[in-house]
Design a protein around this ligand. Structure first.
Ligand SMILES: [Zn+2]
Ligand SMILES: [Zn+2]
Ligand SMILES: [Zn+2]
Length: 328
């Protein structure tokens, strides 16, 4: 082991015959030609030199190349180019949260290269990425989010930054796309290491918050006296002011109570209609504050007395409800 670290030589570098890439990145031409550059670049995750493949994934598309080495790709079961999961086409963070997987690979720069060297050439066990072993509700999340067909549009040239500023004079010769930025803007801001390790990936957060807030949980409750929303996933950096700022756009907020210890918050609206408007908007768009995907549910009915049925709703929620209603 020690000589591996002391004598970095080509034996620990990675050479390969064909890349591990997803169908989308490969493109629609089955006879795609690739150029191969052994040890052409350093892997963007472990920084070991690896074989870089480059190809054109179809006409009017942009050249693609492998960005991370095969060892790193295999460890997370992701494409060497787009770093999305090979089976579901999903960001690592989305897949791992759905499958309840905790990151095993080291995050620190010092350990990363060493880890990849030791794991290289060994068979990597990726069976934990198999959805058939997941809990049914998690399988459902994957099924709803997964891309079942290649999405070749992703291979189009990037948007021309000069065109956006109204300054491109290359016209039809311009290799970049003459379009105003739309949904791709967030992708451009992603950091490859964050995406690989599934940390704070803005696209993943958006997808997850959409899943968490969609469905029946945000249908208005029968009890018309309920005009409060319950928010979970409230990390320490999210303040009462942050929450108030988002929720006051839908109507008058009577009070906001944040309980960081339990990572949750309550938003009480002055009117039921404001709460319904907020719930509707969040169900459609999800709730993201400071790059965190938050979950939202309706508040529970006010407990009628100590022997009330609401006791069945779980101690935690009930105690918050009681606390909040006392405060009002
Ligand atoms: Zn690597
Ligand atoms: Zn890919
Ligand atoms: Zn241009």
């Amino acid at each position: 082991m020690s000589n591996q670290k002391a004598d970095p030589n080509k034996q620990q570098w990675e050479d390969s015959e064909f890349p591990i890439v997803c169908e989308t990145c490969l493109g629609d031409n089955p006879y795609v030609r690739m150029t191969k550059d052994s040890f052409g670049k350093e892997c963007k995750i472990c920084s070991r030199p690896f074989t870089v493949f480059r190809w054109l994934p179809g006409t009017n598309m942009r050249y693609k190349k492998t960005e991370i080495c095969q060892t790193c790709a295999k460890l997370k079961n992701v494409c060497q180019t787009c770093v999305l999961d090979l089976q579901y086409g999903l960001p690592v963070q989305v897949r791992d949260e759905a499958l309840n997987i905790k990151s095993e690979a080291p995050n620190s720069d010092i350990n990363r290269q060493y880890y990849a060297q030791n794991i290289a050439g060994k068979d990597t066990d990726i069976s934990h990425y198999d959805a058939s072993k997941a809990a049914p509700e998690n399988r459902d999340v994957l099924r709803r989010l997964a891309r079942n067909e290649p999405y070749y549009k992703r291979n189009r040239p990037h948007i021309c930054s000069f065109f956006v500023k109204g300054e491109c004079n290359r016209g039809a010769e311009c290799p970049f796309r003459h379009e105003l930025p739309g949904g791709d803007a967030e992708l451009a801001q992603q950091n490859i290491k964050d995406r690989y390790y599934g940390n704070n990936d803005p696209v993943a957060n958006k997808m997850l918050s959409r899943v968490r807030t969609s469905g029946s949980s945000l249908a208005p409750p029968q009890d018309k006296t309920i005009s409060s929303l319950f928010i979970t996933g409230v990390e320490d950096e999210i303040t009462e002011t942050d929450i108030r700022e988002v929720f006051c756009t839908y109507g008058q907020v009577k009070s906001v109570v944040v309980v960081h210890r339990s990572k949750c918050a309550f938003v009480n609206y002055a009117t039921r209609s404001a709460a319904e408007l907020a719930a509707q908007n969040i169900a459609d768009r999800g709730l993201n504050i400071k790059n965190r995907a938050l979950r939202v549910a309706w508040g529970k009915p006010r407990p009628q007395g100590p022997r009330s049925d609401t006791r069945k709703q779980g101690k935690l929620l009930l105690s918050f409800n009681e606390g909040i209603y006392r405060m009002i």
